[in-house]
Ligand binder design. Structure first.
Ligand code: NAD
Length: 478
């Protein structure tokens, strides 16, 4: 018996949760339920997080959370419960299977059967943004080695566990050589450990185009957070409907399972909503908690129900569907099919061994880290880079020299092009004059001297070598 936390959520949430729980219990799921209240009522009672501290205690105690969609009230000040939950609980992997149910649900891609594994905690979603000058704002893209290792290993373990043949990685490392470069590098390192599974890397732009056009050539696709957010919706939609997809959010300790759609408030309370998305989330949960026989039984009964043409309004299509049913009747039809398998759609057979649980990340031995320079970012309203260069060259800090100025990443000094458009945000690179390292004292000296000269320095980034390897970007055109 596994104790799980359930939140029935808002809008159609309670109806689809009741249907989902009825189906999995009928299939023999061994679960005990603690129900908590999250979402609209909690938000409107004045809790901007949408969840009480007592509910957090229940979630953390049980570690497994099945969540119906919630309504985030309009207006500022309310924090997204989904984002908070993922980050607080360290749910690093977002897994979203997107499978065609053709010919029973229309899609242009009848052969499609892919699983998107999206990194869930970092990348541009760290939410660290600053305005630095009149003209320039910045969002930090943070990619960590533990983040990459955990998500890539999860993708390969998932592929092995579910008998999938290939893991594809999407990044944009031809441009972002440090951040996406690390993701790709870790992918190559870990792929080498899984010789039984094919691996490949695509640059995200052409990869995404290919996925939207010919999804059947992909199997498992792993990618950083932002790309995964966008492409997992594309994948769910082109597979047939976002209303049919579920997702899991997996951490080292806890996991959360849900439908990918929202609370559809206009459909609430009418016994109309399709419970399939949440049911798919619940099936992923059953696999995760080591009840694959129950998961398999439910999935096969669900496939059989879809195949029989028993459809809720959202996927009902005259000529293809046989019966337009409500939420409760759909659940009843799935329960009646428990023990059956689909005949046209492919039935599933889940691995009967233990749940998919990965080892915890182990910290690596730190590299040798040398400070070799500093990028001083300057807010300056001029237009001719030679002028700011002349001012910066007067900063009197022994042993340092100005080596380059870029504007939005493009080198504008020395030897820039007058055609390059410049904003008021200048990156000014100082390095050691004799090729050795520099010290933090020298950086402080540069900042002090800049302040004395009336130069508006807005931030610095230290330039490091790790184990002798340059670990910062060059200027474009450098
Ligand atoms: P939505 O997913 O709720 O609805 C989009 C459309 O899909 C609607 O036309 C709806 O009728 C239909 N639909 C969605 N799920 C369906 C189902 N199971 N059966 C039949 N039809 C279904 O998206 P929205 O309207 O943009 O958002 C509504 C609310 O949901 C908002 O408050 C939003 O913040 C919230 N939301 C919550 C989650 C979550 O909790 N995970 C995710 C997305 C949106």
């Amino acid at each position: 018996m596994t104790r799980i936390t359930v939140a029935k959520g808002d809008g159609i949430g309670p109806e689809i949760m009741d249907a989902t729980l009825e189906i999995i219990k009928a299939a023999g799921a061994e679960i005990e339920i603690d129900e908590i209240e999250v979402g609209e009522k909690v938000y409107l009672a004045g809790n901007t997080a949408g969840i009480s501290p007592e509910s957090w205690d229940v979630i953390r105690r049980n570690k497994i959370f099945l969540k119906a969609p919630i309504t985030t009230p309009q207006g500022g000040g309310y924090k997204s419960l989904n984002v908070t939950t993922r980050k607080f609980l360290g749910l690093y992997a977002n897994v979203r299977p997107c499978m065609s149910l053709a010919p029973f649900v229309s899609t242009k891609h009848p052969e499609m059967d892919i699983v998107i594994v999206r990194e869930n905690e970092e990348d541009l979603y760290a939410g660290i943004e600053h305005q630095q000058t009149d003209e320039v704002v910045q969002c930090l893209k943070l990619i960590s080695r533990p983040g990459c290792e955990k998500i890539v290993r999860y993708a390969f373990e998932y592929a092995r566990h579910y008998g999938r043949k290939k893991v594809t990685c999407f990044t944009k490392d031809n441009i972002m050589k440090q951040t996406d470069g690390l993701f790709h590098k870790v992918f190559d390192e870990i792929a080498a450990e899984y010789t039984d599974i094919e691996n490949e890397h695509w640059i995200i732009d052409i990869g995404a185009a290919k996925m939207a056009d010919t999804p059947e050539i992909f199997d498992v696709i792993v990618m950083p957070n932002l790309y995964g957010d966008v492409l997992s919706d594309v994948a769910a939609q082109i597979a047939g409907s976002v209303g049919l997809a579920g997702s899991s959010n997996i951490g080292e300790e806890c996991a959360m399972f849900e439908a990918i759609h929202g609370s559809a408030p206009r459909r609430a309370g009418q016994n109309m909503a399709n419970p399939s998305g949440l049911l798919q989330g619940a099936i992923m949960m059953l696999n995760h908690i080591g009840q694959p026989e129950v998961a398999e039984k439910v999935q096969n009964a669900w496939l059989k129900t879809i195949e029989e043409g028993t459809h809720t309004y959202d996927i009902f299509k005259a000529g293809v569907s046989k019966q337009n049913v409500g939420t409760k009747e759909f659940a009843g039809a799935v329960i009646a099919n428990l023990g059956e398998k689909p005949t046209t759609l492919k039935s599933v057979s889940y691995a009967k061994d233990a749940a998919l649980i990965l080892p915890k990340y182990k910290k690596k031995v730190p590299a040798k880290k040398d400070l070799v320079g500093v990028d001083m970012f300057v807010h300056w309203n001029g237009t001719n880079p030679d002028e700011i260069a002349t001012k910066l060259q007067k900063l009197d800090v022994h042993g340092t020299e100005l080596t380059m100025i870029t504007n939005r990443g493009i080198k504008v000094w020395p030897e820039g092009f007058p055609e390059t458009f410049c904003t008021d945000h200048w990156r000014c690179r100082f390095k050691s004059a004799n090729g050795s390292g520099i010290s933090k004292q020298q950086i402080i000296g540069l900042l002090t001297s800049a302040e004395a000269q009336g130069i508006d320095s807005i931030k610095t980034e230290n330039l490091y070598e790790f184990d002798g390897k340059q670990s910062y970007s060059m200027g474009q055109g450098q």
